[in-house]
Design a protein around this ligand. Structure first.
Ligand SMILES: [Zn+2]
Length: 382
């Protein structure tokens, strides 16, 4: 996530602010200072309303952090690694490493955020009652926090992707049907339904004379449609991968050259195999990987006299995976280590080498086939 700034670290989870959040912060502060507080609490003076607006906008930010942290902590309690939380235009995004592998885990992780928002809302409401005889500004702020957190919780519970409610819906469907891909498609359609519903509601408000509120609701609906389409595509890719093990991508016997072979022979082997990278063996032991880039770094006159082992990446620096490991896990590791290759090995037996390009080709094929499935289902039903 570029264009974001790290502002804190809570329980090992990075909290980052995306540049777009500054815009929303300004908008929220302005709408509170110029509209909400003066209209709801006419007894407050101007300077007080503006101070309240800034502090309340910051507390709204803190509320969203609490919401996201709840997702993250529940995810972590269920063995999912949480990397960071980034605050965005419309709330936050928790970056998890990997996806829940069980419906019950997804349900708990998804519901944790809205529950946290409702709890914060309840606490703020109690605070507003306690301060009502003491200080009007404090009561105004607490009432605003109670309201906004209730809205945050309720909005996120709308049953469409990529909102929390959509994830809750998907986990329930997943639990019932045992079919993640189907559950995903239904939840995504529900997401579109919710989004168009919001746009329609926004239009009605607009015609009823509530221009700002109507535009705002319609804009959120429009944003949701974009987000749903993105998530649906990402999930098609993901569901095309569910349960796939790295060993399944290997084709034929491993492509190898001897460490003593000259770079010229290495280049010939690459051409013969049609591969940009090959494994380098020395005395029947795998010692490294040699790729096109390294070959090209050697001057042509030296191709006959330079051995392959002199230019290879040593094995210790590469990702080595057993054939049974899930492709999604391997891809995550490749992403975080910026690796281009994964060596597939069971115990001491070398099975082969996968490049990012191999994985991309496989991904393209599986995604294209996954996207074709709904049509096939319709034909079966007919
Ligand atoms: Zn959430």
């Amino acid at each position: 996530m570029r264009a974001s700034l790290r502002i804190a670290r809570v329980w090992g989870i990075e909290i980052r602010v995306h540049a777009s959040w500054l815009l929303i912060f300004a908008l929220v502060t302005w709408s509170l200072g110029a509209g909400y507080f003066p209209e709801s609490y006419p007894l407050l003076d101007r300077p007080t309303t503006w101070i309240l607006a800034v502090v309340s906008a910051l507390l709204l930010f803190a509320s969203v952090v609490v919401h996201e942290l709840s997702h993250s902590l529940v995810a972590r309690a269920h063995g999912l690694e949480v990397h960071s939380i980034t605050m965005f235009v419309f709330g936050g995004i928790s970056e998890l490493k990997g996806e829940p592998t069980r419906a019950s885990t997804e349900f708990l992780v998804a519901i944790a955020g809205p529950i946290a928002s409702f709890v914060v809302s309840g606490v703020a409401y109690a605070a507003s009652l306690l301060t009502s005889q003491v200080s009007l500004p404090l009561t105004a702020m607490a009432e605003y926090l109670a309201l906004i957190n209730a809205i945050l919780g309720a909005f996120n519970l709308l049953p469409g992707f990529p909102l929390d409610g959509g994830r809750v819906l998907r986990s329930v469907l997943w639990g019932i049907t045992r079919d993640l891909a189907r559950a995903t498609r239904i939840a995504a359609s529900a997401g579109k339904g919710v989004a168009y519903g919001l746009i329609a509601l926004g239009m009605l408000q607009l015609f009823a004379g509530n221009v700002a509120g109507g535009l705002w609701i319609a804009f959120i609906g429009w944003f949701l449609i974009q987000a749903t389409e993105q998530t649906t595509h990402a999930m098609d890719v993901q569901s095309a991968f569910v349960g796939v093990k790295v060993g399944e991508l290997l084709k034929g016997s491993p492509r190898v050259v001897e460490g003593d072979a000259a770079v010229a022979d290495l280049a010939a082997a690459m051409l013969q195999y049609g591969e940009r990278a090959v494994l380098v063996m020395q005395a029947s032991q795998l010692v490294g990987i040699a790729d096109l880039k390294q070959v090209r770094r050697v001057a042509r006159e030296l191709w006959g006299s330079t051995p392959a082992r002199a230019i290879m990446h040593p094995l210790e620096q590469e990702i080595v995976s057993p054939s049974e490991r899930l492709l999604t896990d391997v891809l995550t590791e490749m992403g975080s280590r910026h690796a281009d290759y994964v060596v597939v090995m069971d115990e001491e037996q070398v099975l082969g080498l996968l490049t990012l390009l191999d994985i991309a080709r496989f991904m393209e094929l599986r995604t294209a086939l996954a996207e074709a499935r709904p049509q096939a289902e319709r034909q079966r039903a007919a």
